[in-house]
Design a protein around this ligand. Structure first.
Ligand code: GAL
Ligand code: CA
Length: 341
């Protein structure tokens, strides 16, 4: 008897919830004592920046959203694995998908899966592009404005170059530089490569590229590339090393040490190891890629979306083209202490 009454009340409760939102579809509410499940994928766990973001997301969820259960998946740098993980998360009936693509040009496949299952999806870190987001009303993106990171990086190179005339090793007034690129085709890698150099040129300093290669955000690969560069004929020409992220900048520093050279090196991300290297004087600059606030934004959006609210209601974020872009900050020896945590 009691049981029947309970189930009747539950049915009425569900009916009331549907009526109360005026036909607007609301995400399934977890039953009393249960949690919202967030199906989260990372392109690979073994990535300096995203490992930090994963920690941040876990810590923020624990502190602010005890009703969230994060199901973290390591896509091991394989888009095929990611696609299978998304299928599995959908079959599990997760409340929302939170996806870091492996291949940023492959967002449509994943968004189509979410759409077919009517599950909201937040993509982060690898921008799928506007068209993909617009193909599904419950798709959003959290990231940054990659152009900005290139501009801040270029500004730091200029500031440091002007303050240290000895950096112009051959005294020709031109910056002979080596570029360590992240993953080709990744919006962050492309924009940082382009805008860092453009910013230097705009400041009136000529540049000459003596080396460019992709090291896929990875320290070990960058170390090998810089080792080869310093062993070859261009090794004597290079005056500045510009890396699309700190991981690769760290690899460059290791290679330089083995060759007994110490050129100015610049990264992006401001991971803790990079801040230590700035303190030591081994790294000349980086740019804060604010993973903590990106993690916070993901969870805040998820929380609103799951309650059928506007995704950015009550938050500090703005949606432009269904995307939240967390600002970057330029970092060097003058302000790195502000970012140590
Ligand atoms: C960038 C970050 C890199 C790497 C990449 C992966 O935003 O700066 O270090 O994590 O994302 O997509
Ligand atoms: Ca020069």
């Amino acid at each position: 008897m009691k049981k029947t009454l309970m189930s009747l009340l539950m049915v009425l409760g569900v009916a009331a919830a549907v009526v109360s939102c005026g036909g607007k579809q609301e995400a399934a509410k977890p039953a009393e004592g249960q949690k919202y499940t967030l199906g989260v994928t990372y392109y690979k766990f073994d990535d300096n920046f995203l490992a930090g973001m994963r920690n941040d997301m876990g810590a923020i969820a624990q502190e602010k959203y005890p009703q969230f259960e994060l199901l973290n998946n390591d896509s091991q740098n394989s888009q095929a694995i990611l696609n299978d993980q998304v299928d599995a998360l959908i079959s599990k009936g997760v409340s929302i998908l939170v996806v870091n693509l492996v291949d940023p040009s492959n967002g449509q496949v994943v968004v189509d899966k979410a759409k077919a299952a009517n599950i909201p999806i937040i993509l982060f870190n690898k921008d799928p592009g506007k068209a993909v987001l617009e193909s599904y009303d419950k798709a959003w993106y959290v990231g940054n404005n990659p152009e900005e990171s290139g501009i801040f990086q270029g500004e730091t190179v200029v500031k440091n170059w002007k303050a240290n005339p000895k950096q112009d090793l051959n005294g020709d007034g031109v910056i002979q530089f080596a570029m360590l690129k992240g993953e080709p085709g990744h919006p962050d890698a492309e924009a940082r490569t382009k805008f860092s150099v453009e910013t230097i040129e705009k400041a009136g300093i000529k540049t000459e590229k003596v080396f460019e290669d992709a090291a896929f955000w990875d320290s070990a690969q960058a170390k090998d590339k810089v080792d080869a560069l310093l062993s070859g004929p261009n090794g004597k020409k290079v005056e500045v090393i510009i890396a699309n992220n700190d991981g690769m900048a760290m690899g460059a520093i290791e290679a330089m040490k083995a060759h007994n050279v110490m050129l100015p090196v610049y990264g992006v991300d401001a991971i803790p190891e990079a801040l230590t290297l700035i303190e030591k004087g081994d790294l000349s600059g980086t740019v804060l890629n604010d993973g903590k606030n990106q993690a916070l934004a993901v969870l805040e959006l998820a929380n609103n979306i799951l309650q059928g609210k506007d995704p950015v209601e009550g938050t500090q974020w703005k949606l432009v083209d269904k995307s939240v872009r967390v600002p970057y900050v330029g970092v060097d020896k003058d302000n790195y202490k502000d970012f140590v945590r």
